[in-house]
Every structure is written in C-alpha cells, then in structure tokens.
Ligand binder design. Structure first.
Ligand code: DX5
Ligand code: ZN
Length: 204
C-alpha cells in the first residue's frame, strides 16, 4: 500500500515545531523541506544538526532543494535521515550520488524530462509543483511521468511531492506512486489527523 509522508516546510524553529507537533502522532515518516535560496527562491529553517534532538523517535527524510547537494547529502545522512532527496537539476553527479548510497534519491522538477534519469537511481521523486512553496496546484504532467517511469523501470520506487490533495491523491497513486508527500493539505488543516486518515482511506 502507498504511504503518505507529511511535509514540514518552515521558516523558523517555532513554525517547524508547530508543524511537527501537528503530525507527529500520525506515526508517518516526515518529509523535511530544505531550501537554500539559490536553487529555489525561498529558504527554510531546517538545521541538520538539530534534527536528532527535534525529531527524536521520528522517521524522517530530507528533501534538498539546494545547489551543490554533494556537500549536503552526507550531512543529512549523518543527521539520521532515512532518505535524502537531491535534485537532478543541481548536479552532474546524479548517477554516482545514487550509486554511492541506497538512501539517496533523485528528484525531477515538472519541466525536467525523465530522459534525464540515471538508471543508477532506483528511488525517484517526481515533483508535482515547481519547488519552492507549498500550496501550489498540482501539475498533471507528473502523472504522465510516473506512468512512463513505471514502464521504463518497473522496479523503481516513486515518490510524488507537491500539490497532492483529496481531489488528486487517488490518481497519483493509480499512476504508480509508492509515496505521496502532502504538505499544506495536512499541515494547514484544522484537524490534520482526520485529513491524513481520510487520505489513507482513499488509498485503500
Ligand atoms: C515544494 C516542497 C513540497 C511542499 C509540499 O517545494 O518540496 O514538499 O512542501 O506542499 P504541498 O503539499 O502544499 O504542495
Ligand atoms: Zn518536498
């Protein structure tokens, strides 16, 4: 069955912890959005050296929307991230980054074709939005890309990030997503647990 990973996109420690507290009881792995203001025109509060303390007992992955990910990936792996996702658009080293560690995944922006995927990368994150902000509409091209990846690489593990909500989450999973990252639809909800449970129901 597909998994739902709540996204934490925060600009301060206070916002980070407020969002974590909203979703920690769900027991789902958390998706931590990391932005550097260079690869994307936004920054987030997500210091890797604080994660062991702030996310004690919580499984988490780090989504690195940063330039020069080669330098940051080892830091997040050492910080305890179960998975670290970098962007294909930020490096010429995607194949070797994936080859070196099976906890490393590659993400593709909506406009990046799947021909840019290296067959060394078994874990792929297809962006449903242009990275930088939560709450954007889902770009339907992501569904086509998921289906194509499933055809080309049937064993690929596919995460979809951005724009997922009640109207499209079933279609995202039907296209082949193993993990759906959900930000604002859960963290901005009055009752995040109810939304999470309703999404799980939709995916049964
Ligand atoms: C976009 C981030 C996403 C985002 C998801 O740059 O990588 O993880 O937080 O938020 P929603 O679900 O609101 O699009
Ligand atoms: Zn993300």
């Amino acid at each position: 069955m597909s998994e739902i990973h709540p996204a934490i996109l925060a600009h301060s420690e206070n916002e980070f912890m407020t969002k974590v507290k909203k979703v920690r009881a769900l027991g789902a792995p958390l998706h931590i959005d990391v932005m550097d203001g260079i690869f994307v025109q936004n920054t987030t509060w997500a210091p890797p050296e604080r994660m062991q303390e702030l996310l004690a007992g919580i499984v988490f992955e780090a989504h690195l929307m940063v330039a020069n990910p080669e330098y940051v990936i080892p830091v997040w792996l050492a910080a305890g991230a179960r998975r670290v996702i970098f962007h294909e658009e930020t490096t010429t080293q995607a194949a070797s980054l994936c080859r070196d560690n099976d906890r490393v995944s590659v993400a593709l922006n909506p406009e990046t074709p799947i021909s840019h995927l290296s067959n060394e990368c078994a874990h792929v994150c297809i962006m449903g939005v242009t990275p930088g902000w939560s709450g954007q509409p889902f770009q339907e091209i992501a569904l086509e890309k998921i289906r194509e990846i499933k055809k080309m690489y049937p064993a690929a593990h596919i995460t979809v990030d951005g724009g997922a909500r009640s109207e499209n989450i079933r279609a995202i999973v039907d296209a082949g997503a193993d993990v759906v990252v959900v930000g604002s639809a859960i963290t901005d909800a009055d009752d995040p647990a109810a939304v999470y449970q309703s999404f799980k129901e939709m995916l049964k």
